[in-house]
Write a new protein. Structure first.
Length: 318
């Protein structure tokens, strides 16, 4: 009979150990859940009252996102921006979406990280330091949807809806079958060794060309890298060639320097007619609301080149 008492004591010890173990496991699970859970969900973000700004500091890792926030009046909550954002502020720079500076982003206090959708964005790394919000931005429809989402996140929905409508209207295609064929070239002077890097028809800048009322010179969409050989350039023979130079005119190559890079290319109509031009703007290659302005700037440049062509023909005839 006495043998049962030690056995009962051992059972009580085992029960206490089990109870302590379970308690520790529950506490550990709770701590881990709190550690890995995201501080704020996208559902919470997009359902915020549009009359009040978002409480969480924002980080913008794309120039198009930063310029959009600026236009809709939502920069007061920005804590960090990308290295290439154009903003008159002493905000810290957090690298880029593809190569984010995680340490700087953490130090900035940004919790909601606004990122343009693209292959290679390190989403897992960004999730470890905040909540990334991925914004599609490859077409006018995607851009407008993302603009509206930024309005909801920042608490500036009314301004975002107005901008979205303006973008849809301004970037609507106005091209006609007999419109001039315009080649948009990226950057300043052309590299003769490899040929010009050009704007794809399917890109947002390609839509700017259509919105301005001009045709692309390509009969079929470009495949691979958007760089034309000199032979391909002569083959498509555009009516106009316009370089998009991301700087002020006094800081970039002159129009004469840009045109001179084409000298010696036989059979290029734009060279013979003097219809090679340039657009100078620090944000000429950005893909935010400045695209609206770019439409009108492109029209003016084509008009200038057209008048110049007419004047030169008159001089030649006389």
């Amino acid at each position: 009979m006495n043998l049962s008492r030690p056995l009962h004591g051992r059972e009580e010890v085992i029960d206490r150990i089990a109870l302590v173990t379970v308690t520790i496991l529950v506490l550990a699970a709770t701590l881990l859940a709190g550690w890995w859970s995201e501080p704020i969900s996208q559902d919470t973000l997009v359902s915020q009252d549009a009359s009040s700004p978002a409480a969480d500091p924002l980080g913008s890792l794309a120039p198009c996102i930063t310029s959009t926030l600026k236009v809709i009046g939502a920069t007061s909550n920005l804590a960090v921006v990308s290295d290439y954002c154009h903003i008159e502020s002493d905000l810290p720079r957090g690298g880029t979406a593809l190569l984010p500076d995680l340490e700087r982003i953490i130090r900035s206090g940004a919790r909601v990280l606004l990122v343009r959708a693209a292959a290679g964005v390190p989403i897992d790394s960004l999730r470890r330091i905040g909540m990334p919000v991925i914004l599609p931005w490859s077409s006018v429809d995607q851009m407008c949807t993302s603009v509206e989402k930024l309005g909801k996140i920042s608490g500036n929905l009314e301004a975002a809806l107005s901008l979205s409508e303006q973008l849809r209207t301004s970037l609507a295609s106005r091209v006609t079958p007999d419109a001039p064929r315009v080649l948009l070239v990226i950057g300043g002077e052309m590299d003769r060794s490899g040929g010009p890097w050009v704007i794809r028809e399917s890109s947002l800048h390609g839509q700017v060309l259509h919105a301005a009322g001009f045709r692309h010179p390509f009969e079929v969409p470009l495949q691979g890298a958007p760089q034309l050989s000199l032979e391909s350039l002569v083959e498509i023979d555009p009516d106009y060639i316009v370089h998009l130079v991301p700087s002020n005119e006094d800081a970039g190559p002159s129009r004469e320097q840009i045109a001179s890079a084409y000298i010696g290319i036989p059979g290029l109509s734009a060279l013979e007619k003097g219809t090679i031009g340039a657009i100078y703007h620090p944000q000429a290659l950005d893909e935010g609301p400045e695209l609206i302005t770019l439409v009108e700037i492109l029209r003016r440049e084509i008009s200038r080149l057209s008048r110049r062509n007419v004047q030169e023909r008159v001089v030649d005839e006389n």
